[in-house]
Design a protein around this ligand. Sequence first.
Ligand SMILES: [Zn+2]
Length: 227
Amino acid sequence: MRRFTGSCRFVDNKALALQKERYKPGQPTLGYAGLCQLLTAWRHSTDTKWLSEAPVHPPQQSLKDFERAYAHFFAKRAGFPRSKKKGQSDSFCYPDPTQIKLDQANSRLFVPKLGWLRYRNSREVLGTVKNVTLSQSCGKWFVRLVAVLPQHTSRTCPCCGHVSVDKRWTQSQCVCVECGYENNADLVGAINVLRAGHARIACEVSSIALPAAGTHRSDSGAAQCRA
Ligand SMILES: [Zn+2]
């Protein structure tokens, strides 16, 4: 897992260095598709062949997050992306729900290249798992609950970002006084919660819910809790 985290960090920092290089002579920035093509090349290059030992989706997700952070910078919504250092926000994300299996009854989780991992359940997972982030803190590994503050989620316009302070938004239907956007109040709340969750994941400040404990691979290939 440390190696997978390192792969994501390496790819992220390489993408940042590359974009900086291209920025100076005024070359257009590379989009997500272009960065993914480079990732494939790096995975096949003799110098960086170790990247192919990690699953492909987590570094792809890192590139997607990086591209979003870079776009936010140019749109003046965020500062310039920083290079990542070892030990800071050590995490990687499996974004494809078809590759993830969660067996809550037996407290185990399946992800590519790691197999079944046992975890200590601290909170029941409701709904369908859409992605899984594994993060490391103080030698322990944790799995994905992203907590979103509910403040303003029902009062913010998903279209223009205006926060309604008056009562122009009725219980069932929202109408933005700024841009005229109109939608069901529950749907507006859901859109805002989802966006806030994605933003937190992108910033890698997601809070932690399921302490997975340190794991090691057994001879059968399945991972087990050490403690
Ligand atoms: Zn609006």
